[in-house]
Design a protein around this ligand. Sequence first.
Ligand SMILES: Cc1cc2nc3c(=O)[nH]c(=O)nc-3n(C[C@H](O)[C@H](O)[C@H](O)COP(=O)(O)OP(=O)(O)OC[C@H]3O[C@@H](n4cnc5c(N)ncnc54)[C@H](O)[C@@H]3O)c2cc1C
Length: 398
Amino acid sequence: MARLAQTADLTDVQQEILSTVRSFVDKEIIPHAQELEHADAYPQEIVDGLKELGIFGLMIPEEYGGLGESLLTYALVVEEIARGWMSVSGVINTHFIVAYMIRQHGTQEQKEHFLPRMATGEVRGAFSMSEPGLGSDVAGIRTKAVRDGDSYVIDGQKMWLTNGGSSTLVATLVRTDLGAQKAHQNLTTFLVEKPAGFGTVAPGLTIPGKIDKMGYKGVDTTELVFDGYRIGADTVLGGEPGRGFAQMMDGVEVGRVNVAARACGISIRAFELAVEYAQQRETFGKPIAQHQAIAFQLAEMATKVEAAHLMMVNAARLKDAGKRNDVEAGMAKLLASEYCAEVTTQSFRIHGGYGYSKEYEIERLMREAPFLLIGEGTSEIQKTIISRGLLKEYGLER
Ligand SMILES: Cc1cc2nc3c(=O)[nH]c(=O)nc-3n(C[C@H](O)[C@H](O)[C@H](O)COP(=O)(O)OP(=O)(O)OC[C@H]3O[C@@H](n4cnc5c(N)ncnc54)[C@H](O)[C@@H]3O)c2cc1C
């Protein structure tokens, strides 16, 4: 993969990090991914390896024990990891979003309390907005926290927590009914610390078992049930209630760059598999890559990989430069995830019948790609964000 998905103007440090991660992916992830995925087994050894490489603290500032790297470095690392196995990037993604939210919005005490232990991977983050009755419509959250002296009491049910069981810190968005007219101004993020595991993990806090999924296996996805769960008022992210929606949207915005990066990683792998297979498989007396119909598929796939990579890099660089990237991150996520679904399907078709066999990696990629159309906001929600941003920018003066 010398030619595709290259990134201009990387520093020596960035190049070194990426080459270390790439060789870790080739040696420690790709050879084991199929077996672990088919067994739906948690990739503990791989996670331990990532801890050793410092990946859990990649974007955490150096003063808190992290590597202090940029969103771009992070996104390129995620692209490499997803090329090996998307579930592994899922293990670090929610952790990264929560660390980012604490870094951006936490009180000084919260930063000191969590960030050093998050940098080592000792504390592992998950984030929770979705509920059984809502995902896109975040402002409609029903789980409710009621103030009681120095504490809040939380009741309600959350849904679809990536790393719900393996995490020890869940940034959770709930209603606090502050009397604001706009529903989203009544939402507050709580930093819920809990032991890892399933069942009733603390009084009033239950993590039922793993949700059985089509793909994205290995990584645990769970519900979270609050039943009279009492939590200190000092666990409100940033100290003040009512800011949760904006904090979460900031987190999800960097998460979108991350999902775009994952889509790029899967697409790169799907292309690699297709270009190799197309030169080995012969029909009608020649390798199928020499049939123009297949060669053109490869050209299309590579062009999609390249376009998605460039948009993802652009969105990450804008955020790193302190500029708004809501529209660009939405575009990158939309394009990269839609292209990923197309590129994996094209690769699958090039594999003929073998693509349908569990012995071939493309079978797994086919089950992973659809999640990217949904996570961190569906394609419809990205189009809503993009069009809203553009209509503001290009609005007619009346
Ligand atoms: C494997 C997995 C892991 C996840 N991990 C997490 C996590 O860690 N934390 C978390 O909080 N959530 C997580 N989610 C939830 C995810 O964010 C939601 O599934 C997603 O936001 C979509 O919400 P929904 O499923 O409720 O669909 P809905 O919001 O019910 O949407 C259903 C359909 O209607 C469309 N739609 C909705 N509103 C509109 C509109 N206004 N205009 C046009 N079309 C619309 C959607 O695009 C979609 O096609 C995860 C989901 C999955 C599958």
